[in-house]
Ligand binder design. Structure first.
Ligand code: C5P
Length: 204
């Protein structure tokens, strides 16, 4: 039977950490939907038109997720993500994943609002731009991509604005989402709140 946990929110708010923890704890499959847009962005940077890139995406495009987690690819992802045909091309895959038997966790920007409005659990994970930039800066440095806080903060703000202001599937908390502001929450507190939300909706 399907059971979907939709996790939305801006970059570096903790969606991925929470999503992975929920998937592991409850035995659900996990999809970081940002990787789909990043893979399209990378193909665009390589010269392919974005709509054709989205329509032609293959599992190999997602084979090495860490290679997709650069600032340049994030920027390209948020540019291709405003194109309605790109979003449409990625819809069926995400919907099928969401309703797979055994349960699924998807994190992104429009999971609870567009991809899976019927999700049993919806979380909107957010944090201040400054806190998110500091976290992302640390992650990028640890991954071997040297960067500085001011640049990352500007990138985070630029991406927030593009994701929130676009006409198609803007980043938005679903009306029935539980909002978790992780600015001043420890990771274990945020994860515990997510576990509680899942437990409350799971059939006994
Ligand atoms: O989550 P991540 O930072 O990897 O996403 C990269 C970009 O992909 C986001 O800035 C956003 O523009 C786009 N995206 C989206 N819808 C999703 C997931 C990601 O528009 N469900």
């Amino acid at each position: 039977m399907g059971f979907t946990v939709a996790i939305d929110g801006p970059a570096a708010a903790g969606k991925g950490t929470i999503g992975r923890a929920v998937a592991e704890r409850f035995g659900f499959a996990h999809l970081d939907t940002g990787l789909l847009y990043r893979a399209v962005g990378r193909r665009m940077l390589a010269g392919e038109p974005p709509i054709a890139a989205a329509q032609g995406l293959t599992p190999e495009d997602l084979a090495e997720p860490d290679a997709l987690r650069t600032a340049v690819i994030a920027e390209a992802a948020s540019k291709v993500a405003v194109i309605p045909e790109v979003r449409a091309a990625l819809l069926d895959f995400q919907r099928a994943f969401a309703r797979r038997s055994g349960g699924a966790v998807l994190d992104g920007r429009d999971i609870g609002t567009v991809i899976c409005p019927e999700a049993e659990v919806k979380l909107f994970v957010t944090a201040s731009a400054e806190v998110r930039a500091a976290r992302r800066c640390k992650e990028l440095q640890e991954a071997g991509y040297p960067t500085d806080y001011a640049t990352v903060l500007a990138d985070v703000r630029g991406r927030d604005a593009r994701d929130a202001d676009r006409a198609t599937a803007p980043m938005l908390a679903a009306e029935d989402a539980l909002v978790l502001d992780t600015s001043e929450m420890r990771v274990d507190e945020a994860v515990a709140a997510a576990f509680a939300a899942v437990r409350a909706k799971r059939p006994a």
